[in-house]
Design a protein around this ligand. Structure first.
Ligand SMILES: *Cc1c(COP(=O)(O)O)cnc(C)c1O
Length: 434
């Protein structure tokens, strides 16, 4: 133990902060055990899928050029379909990010005159421009696709009557965002998503139910496609890439939905047949293999952070005891200094760019300054230890990731040390008045 304390001292973490962290950890043993059990279940799910699909050494080789007969790419897509229990999947480095994957799924499965419905309130920021909520070139709106939205009720539950009224004759696709993203509504459990889909399909059986699965993969033992979703969509530089995938996105679902997406991604007539995997397949396979345990580590980090800051007296969301359905943790500091000290702590714990000091800046598309901490092996990867926060009231920081729990723990202890050193937390580990 003394040795471990010394290791932390190398990072400027005092024995008091270390001990405080250890006390919190003792209370989390049972939670962590449950998370390990989920990871174990999902690990077996992934290995079984790889075995069922006869993943071989040859699958790790890539193609160039057109990418015809890319065995590794095609097999990987079968593995994803197997993991998500769907008819088909599209998993490509040509899908550049989560927003692109979602835009692709929407644009390929909607036609002019159709309507898109979000029954869970405002979607993720970047989708506002995809849909045309904020005017944008190439939006669904420009193509004559309308949008309607039903907000969640005050208590976070579904507005069933509002949803019933918002399902029109031309409602073709329903988009359900699993994770809260950077909002303060609760993240939806897979079970809740299932209830919502059942309700919607009773009213209109032919509507396509798509779930934005970002940050949710492998947090539970079931996925939205196990409870009726026609499509799940996500990013490979979040959970399913396991920290190894350097780019990419996926769409898994009904054959027709995936086919539509493939014809849109490449070209009508070509679909899934083209799209070279280059040299990326080993990272996609191995990343998926690691994804269940990496997600578990990130979850443990989020819960550790929630319990630390809750104990000190800051509002945390979700709270320390709440069940988790994604890997994002919000902590409200009530002052710009708190947000800044936290992000600098995360940055200082990074393996890459630890010597950089993050500063708030005017990021395009935001109405306030934003500070970000990210010392990642894969640029922008938010399954790696990262944090960001807008510099505006209530001064909340969003924290996520950590490929290993020891790294997440180091990051969180470092944030705590920074807040202490800045006088935002007092020596008896209580929030000081701000
Ligand atoms: C991250 C995220 C996206 C967008 O993904 P990018 O890769 O950043 O484009 C969409 N929806 C949710 C819920 C997300 O968390």
């Amino acid at each position: 133990m003394t040795d471990l304390k010394k290791q932390y001292e190398l990072f400027g973490i005092s024995p008091e902060v270390y001990t405080f962290g250890e006390q919190i950890l003792v209370s989390l043993q049972e939670r962590f055990r449950q998370i390990d059990e989920t990871a174990e279940y999902n690990q077996l799910k992934v290995i079984f899928a790889m075995q069922e699909c006869s993943v071989s050494e040859a699958c790790l080789l890539g193609t160039t050029g057109y990418g015809y007969n890319d065995l590794g790419r095609d097999t990987l897509e079968s593995v994803y379909a197997d993991v998500f229990h769907t008819e088909d999947a599209l998993v490509r480095p040509q899908i550049t990010c989560g927003t692109h994957a979602l835009a692709l799924a929407l644009m390929s499965n909607l036609r002019p005159g159709d309507e898109l419905l979000s029954p869970v309130g405002k979607p993720y920021d970047t989708l506002e421009e995809v849909i045309g909520i904020r005017p944008s070139k190439g939006s669904l709106k420009e193509y004559g696709i309308s949008y309607s939205q039903v907000d969640l009720l005050e208590d976070g539950s579904f507005d069933y009557e509002g949803i019933r009224a918002a399902i029109h004759d031309n409602t073709r696709l329903v988009t359900i965002q699993r994770s809260k993203g950077y909002q303060t509504r609760p993240t939806l459990s897979v079970e809740k998503i299932g209830e919502l889909i059942r309700f919607i399909k009773e009213i209109k059986p032919d509507v396509i139910c798509m779930v934005d699965n970002c940050y949710g993969e492998f947090v539970e033992t079931i996925e939205p496609t196990d409870v009726g979703a026609d499509m799940v969509v996500g990013s490979l530089i979040k959970n399913p890439g396991g920290g190894l995938a350097p780019i990419g996105g996926y769409i898994a679902g009904k054959r027709e939905c995936v086919e539509n997406a493939a014809y849109r991604l490449t070209s009508p007539g070509l679909g899934k047949e083209v799209g070279a995997s280059l040299g990326l397949l080993p990272s996609f396979y191995q990343g998926l293999f690691l994804a269940p345990t990496v997600t578990a580590n990130a979850l443990k980090g989020a819960i550790f952070a929630a319990n630390i800051y809750e104990k000190i007296g800051f509002p945390v969301f979700p709270d320390g005891a709440q069940e988790r359905h994604d890997i994002i943790q919000a902590v409200t500091f009530g002052s710009p200094e708190g947000v800044i000290a936290f992000c600098r702590g995360i940055q200082a714990a990074a393996s890459v760019d630890s010597f950089v000091t993050p500063e708030p800046w005017d990021m395009p598309g935001y109405d306030s300054q934003v500070i970000m901490a990210a010392g990642a092996f894969v640029s922008g990867s938010s399954i790696e230890l990262s944090a960001d926060g807008p510099i505006k009231p209530p001064y909340t920081v969003y924290f996520q990731g950590g490929l290993t729990f020891p790294h997440a723990k180091l990051g969180i202890l470092k944030t705590l040390q920074n807040l202490l050193d800045a006088g935002i937390i007092s020596d008896d580990f209580r929030r000081t008045q701000t």
